[in-house]
Design a protein around this ligand. Structure first.
Ligand SMILES: N[C@@H](CCC(=O)N[C@@H](CS)C(=O)NCC(=O)O)C(=O)O
Length: 220
C-alpha cells in the first residue's frame, strides 16, 4: 500500500489525483502548513531530508519530487495507462510537459508569490522600499516569462485537446498545478484553452475524489 505524504493546499494534490485516476489503493498522511509562514511542518523532515511534499512511501521505498513520483507510479502500477506508447510523438510531448511543469512553469510563478509575499509581510515603513526593489524584477523578468509561457501553453492546447495528444495522460496531471497557480497569480481572461483545460480537469470524477481524500484545496 502506498502512503502519500500530503501537505495541505499543495502540489501533492496531484499525486492523490494520480492514484484516483489509476484506481490504486493508497493511504493519505496529511500535514498542515504553519499558519504564519505557510511552510511545511518539521514532521515532513522525518519522511525526506528536504521536508517538502509530495513524498510517497511504497512499502519502505521513499520517492520525492512530483515528476519522479508520477514516473514511478505510472511505470510500476500503471499497466500502460496515462502514458502514450513509446516511440510516438505523443510520448515525446508527454516527457516534455512532465518536465516543463516543475522545470519551467513553476519557477516564475513561485518568484511572483515570493515577491508579493515580501511586500505584504514587510513592516509598513519599509513596504515602499521593498516594492521599489521587487517591482522592476517582476515587471522586467517574472511577468513577461509567465505571460510568454501561458501564451505558449494556450497555443499548444489550441492544437491538442490534452498536453500529450488526443488522450488524457499523467502529463495533464503534472501540468494542472502550474495552471491552477497561474489562475490565481495571472490573468487568464485571454486564454480560453487554458481555462477550458482547467474546467475539464476539475470536472473529472477522479479529481473530485482526490479532493475529498486531500481535504480543502484552495487552487481548484
Ligand atoms: N519540485 C518539487 C517541489 C516540492 C515543493 O516545493 N513542495 C511544496 C508544496 S507546494 C512544499 O512542500 N512547501 C512547503 C515548504 O517549502 O516548507 C515537487 O514538485 O515535488
Amino acid at each position: 500500500m502506498i502512503t502519500v505524504h500530503h501537505l495541505e493546499d499543495s502540489r501533492s494534490q496531484r499525486v492523490l489525483w494520480l492514484m484516483e485516476e489509476l484506481g490504486l489503493p493508497y493511504e493519505v498522511k496529511r500535514y498542515n502548513r504553519d499558519p504564519k509562514t505557510r511552510l511545511a511542518p518539521p514532521e515532513l523532515l522525518k519522511v525526506h531530508p528536504l521536508g517538502k511534499s509530495p513524498v510517497i512511501d511504497d512499502n519502505g521505498r521513499v520517492v520525492a519530487e512530483t515528476g519522479a513520483i508520477i514516473e514511478y507510479v505510472v511505470g510500476r502500477y500503471g499497466e500502460g495507462r496515462l502514458i502514450p506508447a513509446e516511440g510516438t510523438d505523443a510520448r515525446l510531448a508527454y516527457v516534455y510537459w512532465l518536465h516543463f511543469a516543475e522545470g519551467s512553469a513553476m519557477p516564475p510563478l513561485v518568484m511572483k508569490l515570493i515577491f508579493n509575499t515580501m511586500v505584504q509581510r514587510s513592516p509598513k515603513l519599509l513596504k515602499g522600499v521593498v516594492k521599489a526593489v521587487t517591482a522592476p524584477v517582476l515587471a522586467g523578468f517574472v511577468e513577461p516569462n509567465i505571460a510568454r509561457q501561458l501564451g505558449f501553453i494556450e497555443g499548444h492546447l489550441a492544437a491538442s485537446p490534452w498536453f500529450a495528444g488526443p488522450d488524457f495522460t499523467a502529463a495533464d496531471i503534472m501540468m494542472s498545478f502550474p495552471l491552477e497557480a497561474a489562475s490565481q497569480r495571472a490573468d487568464l481572461s485571454a486564454l480560453p484553452k487554458v481555462k477550458a483545460f482547467l474546467d475539464a480537469i476539475h470536472a473529472r470524477p477522479a479529481y473530485l475524489r482526490a479532493l475529498e481524500r486531500g481535504g480543502p484545496y484552495a487552487f481548484a
